[in-house]
Design a protein around this ligand. Structure first.
Ligand code: ZN
Length: 219
């Protein structure tokens, strides 16, 4: 089962991706994580091109597709992949279909996370990340270090209000077409609405499982 997660940064899709990956034994492909890895490697061929990520700008389709294609090849044996942060444009969605079709696979499920903007901002500004395993925490959880890696949590460089608002704007402008693209396709399109900041990740996860079950995709 290949799943595409659609939703602005802070919508909780990363966390839900982790929960789904564990439940269904799927691989996760986060373009954000892939970009951050490349940005730590000055010898990587795309190091210079990806510098714009730090300003909250989106990377060109060509570059994103190349990064994703490379990552999919490395995950060739996975039972399925969860795509987080990709595709963000119709051209990327078309490229993904091509990549998957060439392996006799397809996008089976799209999860569209609709979260109120104030809830999003509140979540992002309080977000802390483990620099080793990339697990995401919130200051409300009161963790100082990652319970698994015992490493101090950090704030991501691009989690500040100015960059966040820029990301919202670009996200909404660019992804409207992606939503239409998938609504017109034959994948299972699941809309999730989260407008309460107190909704827990477990509650959202259960909501997703029940939506999948309705379509015969989970038990
Ligand atoms: Zn960790």
């Amino acid at each position: 089962m290949n799943i595409v997660l659609l939703g602005p940064p802070g919508s909780g899709k990363g966390t839900q991706g982790q929960l789904l990956a564990e439940r269904f034994d799927l691989a996760q492909l986060s373009t954000g994580d892939l970009f951050r890895q490349i940005l730590q490697d000055p010898d990587h061929p795309l190091y210079d091109e990806l510098q714009i990520v730090k300003q909250g700008k989106l990377v060109s389709d060509e570059v994103v597709n190349a990064v994703v294609e490379d990552a999919i090849k490395k995950l060739g044996n996975a039972k399925g992949i969860i795509f987080d942060g990709f595709p963000r444009t119709v051209a990327q969605a078309q490229a993904l279909d091509k990549m998957l079709n060439s392996m006799n696979k397809r996008v089976d499920v799209v999860l569209d996370f609709n979260v109120a903007q104030d809830v999003l901002l509140q979540r992002l500004l309080g977000r802390r990340v483990c620099p080793d395993c990339k697990r995401v925490f919130h200051i409300k959880q009161r963790y100082v270090e990652c319970p698994d890696c015992k490493v101090q949590l950090v704030t991501r460089e691009d989690d500040n209000e100015e960059v966040i608002m820029k990301r919202f704007k670009e996200y909404n402008e660019k992804t409207a077409g992606v939503k239409e693209y998938y609504l017109d396709s034959d994948c299972a399109y699941i809309n999730l609405t989260v407008d309460d900041a107190d909704t827990t990740p477990e509650e959202v996860h259960q909501q997703i499982i029940s939506e999948l079950a309705k379509r015969g995709l989970a038990q």
